[in-house]
Design a protein around this ligand. Structure first.
Ligand code: NGQ
Ligand code: ZN
Length: 453
């Protein structure tokens, strides 16, 4: 039964760019038909493209953007940033987390993301004891997503150790730590909340091979559904590779590939530091590389070997991670630029002669994003959820552009300023750059940010 109908002057459908496109949506938010012509329905000006998945978010880090950009007494690094981040993380109440997450999610929608993978590890109270409801903080992320109207794949984090080989967690990590049993209890609670909702999915996120041992992760994998997605940080920093080698004689990606039956069910976040062998092993495994190029640049992680990885069929997706930038366009731009700067080339990740680099990047991130969030999105076609973003073709940068040139100009130049409307499951949540609940959400966030400042 048709619930609503949208019309666009142009749209990037699964059959390519089409003019004068009508999309009908059923009562569950799924696309029922994609056709040309017609006069009824809501006409939305601009160029429709599939909305994109933001596969890696730590919502709470939105509170500290710009506050770690001052030189410390010694050499600054990922590890000094992490100390600062842990400090901020200790100050957040459940209400605060909900407020900052809702603000971040509205910003994501306005950037053209219709779904977020929330890698959530702030489980417990500031003193480390669990809340009366152990899943409290994850439930607050679900509420924030509901409020914003964004899809969510909730990825509660399994964090137990403070370093490779089962080192004890440090004081700054006390809110994160769970045993396998308590983690599975949280998972079961969230399963009930996520299972029955068309916009929600549940996966897990063993934080990293620093924070879980292969044995602990294997035990937890035994206790969850066999299709549930598994996201893990791996080989983000050179020091992490050195520490892994010192502990077990193997590199992190090497260890992951050896110990687990990794497949398209897995998302390897960052995977920055790999040998050629690891790169091809990861590409062939079907794992999706969850790349967060603006955060990786901000934290000084290094450059992902995207040219080699994608040439070997490796799948990628993008994430806003630390929220230093909430912009799908900037993530894709930074991904491409990192390769150009390293290799002294241009159009490094285009799929071939004549192919638009923006389109190549966008298609890859749509495919990988939908797969690793386990969400029926990423294409304007029958049977997918109606998650659509609309580029403003009247924005000065986009005037006169058509087809893939719209994507190239959005990604490499205009960015978020060209994002005009966003539809999630057939709901028109961003209309002409505004979200219906943005003022209320901002007010709560402002109150929280001023109090914690
Ligand atoms: C995170 N951030 O989970 O937010 C980590 C730092 C940790 C990045 N890996 C926390 N970029 O390593 O414990
Ligand atoms: Zn992360």
């Amino acid at each position: 039964m048709t619930q609503s109908k949208f019309r666009f002057a142009s749209a990037l459908t699964s059959d390519g760019w089409r003019q004068d496109v009508a999309v009908t949506v059923d009562h569950t938010g799924m696309i029922e038909s994609v056709a040309s012509g017609g006069r009824d329905g809501t006409l939305i000006a601009g160029a429709a493209i599939p909305a994109i998945a933001n596969v890696h978010s730590h919502a709470h880090q939105r509170m500290m953007i710009g506050l770690a950009e001052r030189a410390g007494p010694g050499a600054d690094s990922f590890w000094t940033w992490r100390e600062a981040m842990y400090g901020f993380a200790l100050t957040l109440s459940p209400d605060d987390l909900e407020a900052v997450a809702a603000q971040a999610y509205v910003e994501m929608l306005k950037a053209g993301y219709s779904c977020v993978g929330e890698f959530q590890y702030l489980h417990h109270q500031p003193d480390g004891s669990p809340y009366d409801e152990p899943a409290e903080m994850s439930l607050r992320c679900v509420s924030a997503a509901e409020r914003a109207g964004i899809g969510i794949t909730l990825l509660p984090t399994l964090y137990h150790y403070g370093g490779f080989g089962g080192q004890a967690a440090n004081g700054g990590q006390r809110r994160f730590v769970n045993t396998a049993d308590r983690f599975l209890e949280i998972y079961e609670t969230l399963n009930k909340v996520c299972g029955a909702n068309a916009l929600r999915r549940l996966g897990i996120s063993p934080h990293s091979l620093r924070a879980v041992t292969p044995e602990l992760l294997a035990a937890v994998l035994n206790g969850i559904e066999k299709t549930c997605r598994v996201h893990i940080h791996v080989a983000e920093q050179a020091r992490e590779v050195d520490e892994c080698l010192a502990w077990c004689g193997k590199r992190p990606v090497e260890l992951l590939l050896e110990k687990f039956d990794v497949s398209g069910r897995w998302c390897a976040i960052h995977a920055t530091h790999m040998t050629n062998e690891e790169t091809s092993g990861l590409a062939k495994s079907g794992v999706i590389a969850g790349l967060c190029p603006t955060t990786e640049a901000n934290l000084g992680d290094g450059i992902f070997p995207a040219v080699d990885f994608m040439k070997q069929g490796g799948a990628v997706a993008i994430g806003s991670d630390s929220q230093i930038s909430i912009s799908a366009a900037e993530e894709l731009r930074q991904l491409e630029y990192s390769q150009r700067l390293r290799d002294l080339t241009r159009n490094a990740l285009s799929t071939g002669a004549g192919a638009s680099t923006g389109r190549s990047l966008f298609d890859a991130a749509l495919r990988g994003g939908a797969a690793c969030l386990d969400q029926p999105m990423g294409a304007i076609s029958v049977g997918k959820r109606c998650d659509i973003a609309v580029l403003d073709d009247a924005h000065p940068a986009l005037i006169g552009r058509q087809g893939d040139a719209l994507l190239d100009t959005w990604i490499f130049s205009a960015g978020n300023a060209a994002m005009k409307d966003v539809i999630v499951a057939g709901r028109h949540v961003v209309k002409d750059r505004h979200h219906a609940d943005e003022a209320q959400i901002l007010m709560r966030f402002t109150e929280m940010a001023r109090r914690l400042a």
